[in-house]
Write a protein that binds this ligand. Sequence first.
Ligand code: C2O
Length: 540
Amino acid sequence: AETHYHDFVVQQTPVTRLCRTHNIITVNGQFPGPTIAARNGDTLVIKVTNRARYNVTLHWHGIRQMRTPWADGPEYVTQCPIKPGGTYTYRFTIENQEGTLWWHAHSKWLRATVYGALVIFPKSGSSYPFPAPKIDVPIILGEWWDRNIVDVLRQALFTGAAPNVSDAYTINGQPGDLYRCSSQGTVRISVNSGDTVLLRVINAALNQQLFFSVANHKLTVVGADAAYNKPFTTRVIMVGPGQTTNVLLTADQPPARYYMAARAYASGQNVTFDNTTTTAILDYKTATSRTSSPVLPQLPAFNDTATVTQFTSQLKGIPSLAKVAKNVDENLFFTIGLGLVNCTPGPRCQGPNNTRFAASMNNVSFVLPRKTSLLQAYYQNIPGVFTTDFPPSPPVKFDYTGNVSRGLWQPRFGTKLYKLKFGSNVQLVLQDTAIVTTEDHPIHLHGYHFFVVGQGFGNFNPKTDTAKFNLVDPPVRNTIDVPVGGWVVIRFVADNPGVWLFHCHIDSHLTWGLGMSFLVENGKGKSQSIEPPPADLPQC
Ligand code: C2O
């Protein structure tokens, strides 16, 4: 195994998109940021220097961080932010993960522009469970905002309205031909006829699920969230914020230019959605004409939940790679709800009838500490920072798909953790609620990946639904899209001690409090305990 060293300088950089130049926050002046490539088993050492005006932290989304929670990155959860002028070195080893992950800022909404791909090749001496591709390229889907992202965040926090939708979707930072002033930058992938191409599709968008497709080409899905799956072919994939999907395609069509394109999947009934499309070009080198415009793929309608269900139900894991535990020590049930809280009229209270938005799990709207991080508070026994009484099930049961009275779901603010014994087998039901609106929620667990053993629509029924769990070949993920008005059941073994954030990867929802944290206690001896914090860990 090797060790790779990187220097990441977070800085302000002028970038022009949609006819205008903005100062955005980047890493090393690049947008998207640098791609990190390593093999399974390698160690990464990334020295981050903050030359921007804002506090920042970086998160290595999907990396398990075994015993190194100090390198995970969410601000005030595992570390205090790196202040302007400060530095912090993230050091961690990739253990038993292959495929595509990504990295992004995990402070405020800076991840809007601070992100990049994290490509994990097979262990040295081993190879892919599919023929090695000729061309291998990250396809990072993102959003571009004409306004300063810090202002967009403020709007999301204090108004009842959904945040301003972004001004463009992007592929590798470029809106593509269908947006104004954008065709010069459109991403092109040159291929020869017969080439196999591995597209590592990452959804880095702040607030949007996206469909992705390539005109006239079939996609073979071979991995998701840095785990291999049973290959299957499809015309379209849906990727939730935080998720990655590896697809293979063969350049087997008449030599020409074809668009690959992404567009919103917005499942809630009355949500604002943006129906614009971002494109890149699959460009056959032997194409005779470059003047006619490329063929555009057919993308599903913004509310086409049937296509999403069809896609996710085909994703199956590879049983020989990992075994799902048959018994369960912790049986948890979390509701996912949007909601409104009363507030005192003023600039911070702009929702309907003196309210503002809040979101919650089991009616607890998550609040981050400010004076230290949760992990430091736990490790150093600092009292008064958090409590460990996060409820294992909702305080009251109700019809989650129905329109119920506000008394049943009034969220309460809290910094509540749920404590897990080292090694316990955890089952967790995630149930969407119809409060304010039903919606898809891409829920991400830090420090772990998990098996997705079941999912469906309506209220989860423990009797009938448990019987249908897939304990044979469930897919492995780190971010699961809870279907609109439905539920998902995940299982994992609590074998990584630390404090681990569990949250909706739609940033407006996280901002409203849609998250909580697990506290996984040390096991026995060094190999089951948190390593000591690095000497340069930032202080608040
Ligand atoms: Cu991709 Cu908490 O993050």
